[in-house]
Write a protein that binds this ligand. Sequence first.
Ligand code: UDX
Ligand code: ADP
Length: 467
Amino acid sequence: AEIPVRKICCIGAGYVGGPTCSVLALNCPDIQVTVVDRNELRINQWNSEKLPIYEPGLEEIVKQCRGKNLFFSTDMAPALKEADLIFISVNTPTKTFGLGKGRAADLKFVESCARLIAEVCDRSKIVVEKSTVPVRSAASIVNVLKANTKPGVSYQVLSNPEFLAEGTAVNDLKNPDRVLIGGEESEEGKKAISALSWVYRHWVSADKIIEMNTWLPMHFLPNESQALMPYPRFVRQPVPMSVKWPRPSGSIPVLDPKFLQASVGWGGSCFQKDILNLVYISESLNLTSVAAYWQQVIDMNEYQKSRFGERIVQSMFNTITDKRIAILGFAFKKNTGDTRESPAIHVAKHLLEEGAFLHIYDPKVEKAQILLDLDQLDEESGISIHTDPYEAAKGTHALVICTEWDQFITYDYQRMYDSMLKPAFVFDGRKILNHSALTKIGFHVETIGKRHGQSFQDHNWAGTNGI
Ligand code: UDX
Ligand code: ADP
């Protein structure tokens, strides 16, 4: 590398920073990686036996690298000072007040990182923006750094958006379909880009590393002429037709089938926040129809979640007051313990409002987190959290599947049925179970995306797929 990268510091030990730096440390034994966070509890957890987040394969990597070339610390200043390259991967939540409230991304944490970097660093560095941020954030980081830089120090700011999905983070990071690196078009900018590119080339082949100027790798704002929005979150090939850079000839943006599974609704920290942000930016640019389009995506998702809750109540003879309902799965998707924006929260609240008693089980979500998400201090208010799915099901009127955990598919449903009140219901919000087998056992089964209730079985519903 033209600029040697021996030490990397990453600010933010969350779902992005933690896995990213672990995979980086694993693949770059010649680089020392220090992940810093102001949250002491989180850092202590990263340094303990029980990591603060669950991702398949992550624990093994952390155990292998921790203390060798991977460190977790709350002591930010020294780590920043000695780093050649700094990743910013702090959270960028939706603003809850002020201009853009409820829609715009709040960049206050990113800005405070830039201020801290400028304050403590006394030699030049590369600063890499990794948080999910709207277009032009790199420019604001540059501005904050420039206005506060110590004499003789200069910064190159790169944009390197993350594409990992929770639940598959380790695999996504080990085998990315692409790595986008954007920077300034100057000589210095190009040097910085090639330094970061050198880091990735430790394990990613050069043809997957796409170098460009800072604006391009950011989330493209669609314009009305583009039918399929070239928004990296949704489109496998995030290349707008109007932009020329190396892409397989003739390739057109297509939706990956892994994004086409019907569900009780999408959740997670990214989709809601990014779409709201897109609505906000579109509105700011007077792209009214684009803004309305994306707002409708949010509205449809809210509708999907509510509709599922309503379906449960309707199917159970229009009342669930004092009925016991087991919720299987609370995370926003399988293979994670994350509940941010999880549709399970929405469904659970709906059922609580209707007066049901909930028995909740999730293989990875902590009890305290579930109670917090449901605004409860303890289990006394109609909610029990279980560590065993059969215990959760026992004595209930219905099972509600909210997360597509693989283990749910292979449970002994006969055993659950035998322990439940009759008629026993299954509401499969992820369409993962064997519905005819459940019906044979005696369950009344309802799912999303297709009709399956026993009352419909005599009819030929072909062609009326959907609810
Ligand atoms: C997403 C993007 O996939 C990833 O590329 C980006 O870097 C970060 O945001 P993530 O939020 O972790 O990743 O999860 P994703 O797998 O996209 O799922 C989001 C939500 O949609 C989940 O609640 C999931 O259960 C739901 N979903 C996903 C569906 O309901 N149906 C699908 O077909 C896919
Ligand atoms: P993401 O999903 O984007 O990784 P997380 O919330 O999981 O988001 O992680 C972001 C981390 O960044 C949190 O652990 C938070 O404590 C940390 N963080 C936010 N702002 C700062 C800051 N100014 N300095 C240090 N750490 C920060």
